[in-house]
Design a protein around this ligand. Sequence first.
Ligand SMILES: Nc1ncnc2c1ncn2[C@@H]1O[C@H](COP(=O)(O)OP(=O)(O)OP(=O)(O)O)[C@@H](O)[C@H]1O
Ligand SMILES: [Mg+2]
Length: 288
Amino acid sequence: MSVIAAPPVDNVEKRPPLLAVDKVSIEYKTRERRVRATHQVSFDVHGADRYILLGPSGCGKSTLLKAVAGFISPTEGRIALDGKPVTGPGPDRIVVFQEFDQLPPWKTLRQNVAFPLVASRKLNRREADERAMHSLDKVGLAAFADAYPHTLSGGMKQRVAIARALAMQPRVLLMDEPFAALDALTRRRMQEELMTLWEDVRFTLLFVTHSIEEALVLGSRVLLLSPHPGRVRAELNAHAYGLHSQGSAGFQAAARRIHDLLFETQEPLGADRAGASASDAAGVRAAA
Ligand SMILES: Nc1ncnc2c1ncn2[C@@H]1O[C@H](COP(=O)(O)OP(=O)(O)OP(=O)(O)O)[C@@H](O)[C@H]1O
Ligand SMILES: [Mg+2]
């Protein structure tokens, strides 16, 4: 009689991550010297995470994002998406940058959003046009579909860049300080809109910022990177915080704690202190 092994129990925790960054160090070689931008950074991103890379200027956040996008290769370590090594750019990872000039100015908004869909052979022209209109509608710009980018405000241009990225239905949406160049009110509105979009679409987000508040408001998890070269200082769970909680005592305590961790006025957390911090910073895990 043959024995059939029972299938493994489906365990969410044991599912492989969508994106795995494993001990990644990245160096830039200039003519005079080597610059180590990140040192052995590891983190995992799961489906529908809003994962934030947070750290001071120069700690290698953009460098990490570019490596995940496939624009640059790690000096050591591995990056894998869906278990497959990342070896170059691909339509499964789309980046939204900070700059407002990401959109070819000679194309209308509709053409801007549709073009990558056709160019990557995801859709034919008619389907791409439909998807583009749907995506522009999601970011509240359907009425501007036939306008050109130079007629838009900075916030509107960023909405188009987001619409264009989401239309591609990437496995991971990569954003590098997309709201940093906006005024405070517009920035806040864009954060709200991004959260509404996420509630609707549940995309997976890898988001770079140096704003502690933005990290807590937008993130489900936050990776804290130390100053140059960037190393993992801690990872924290930010599910408890959102736009509604900004200004609350808990939010401010978490922000203060992150500030202290980032600027090393506190020792990295040991196991005990990680436990003790669970109520203020919603579960800080010390760097290994
Ligand atoms: N093309 C490059 N050639 C040489 N060094 C570089 C290059 N790009 C970045 N660096 C260096 O790598 C380090 C990390 O840069 P990176 O742009 O990733 O930082 P960042 O965390 O995104 O900073 P910011 O918050 O200011 O955007 C910095 O010391 C920077 O000077
Ligand atoms: Mg940067």
